[in-house]
Design a protein around this ligand. Structure first.
Ligand SMILES: [Zn+2]
Length: 240
């Protein structure tokens, strides 16, 4: 059973998913993306939408324009802060992040976190907003235990073998809190430093499962099964 706990819906991903149906979360970062994902979902019901103002868009997408979509979404995210891949003002990032954390907690919606470079600050923030959290593609050698002890889910991106911090996540986080994600077909190409073909999408998810399994002393098939069920549990989680 394949699952993809976090990806963005490009035209290419739509085509790939038409022929490789699986279970997954489509991450939408703008109203336009939410509308497109909803149209896709009308024909492909095995996916769930997550929606949130991404830290990279904290000063271009307004709370007002996103609010109707946050209200409809089952999952809030990816939201967070980032001081590595974007140079947006951190005060603006934090304000919009906390506003969304508060909204998610009040409306009992689980949250997907983007933590790049801001792992410590985000950990401090989420302690203030008890909820069910899914830490997307965590890549930091520190604070893994602290997030784990808050019962967070962790999605493992492409590929554990090329990132020591992702390996450390696999080692420290129990199997029942692990998920598999591609972050979209382009992210797989990015991780491999080459353009991959559409038909390499599923085999890439398999490779992630295999590499998690090597660390957890399980087969790729067992990891695919476990992560699939973990995703279903995350999706039906009733938050506090
Ligand atoms: Zn993403």
């Amino acid at each position: 059973m394949y699952s993809d706990a976090h990806f963005h819906l490009s035209e290419r991903m739509k085509k790939i998913l038409e022929t490789n149906p699986l279970s997954g979360i489509i991450s939408c970062t703008t109203p336009k993306e939410c509308i497109e994902a909803k149209a896709f979902l009308s024909k492909h019901s095995s996916y769930t939408i997550s929606c949130g103002i991404h830290p990279w868009k904290c000063d271009t997408i307004t709370w007002k324009e996103m609010l109707p979509f946050l209200e409809k979404a089952q999952i809030i995210g990816e939201i967070g802060m980032d001081n590595v891949w974007c140079k947006k003002d951190l005060d603006i990032q934090k304000t919009i992040f906390e506003k969304q954390l508060q909204f998610a907690m009040q409306h009992k919606k689980p949250v997907v976190l983007h933590t790049k470079g801001m792992e410590k600050e985000i950990l401090e923030c989420i302690r203030l907003y008890p909820n069910t959290y899914h830490v997307h593609w965590y890549s930091c050698m520190e604070y893994i235990e602290e997030y784990r002890d808050l019962d967070c889910y962790f999605s493992i991106g492409p590929f554990p073998s090329v990132d020591k911090s992702v390996q450390k996540v696999c080692q420290l986080v129990p199997c029942d809190r692990l998920l598999i994600e591609s972050d979209g077909i382009d992210a797989i190409s990015w991780a491999l430093h080459r353009n991959i073909q559409d038909d390499e999408y599923l085999s890439s998810l398999y490779t992630i499962a295999k590499q998690i399994g090597d660390i957890k002393k399980k087969t790729a098939e067992e990891i695919l099964e476990i992560t699939y069920h973990n995703l279903q549990r995350f999706l039906t989680q009733k938050t506090l």
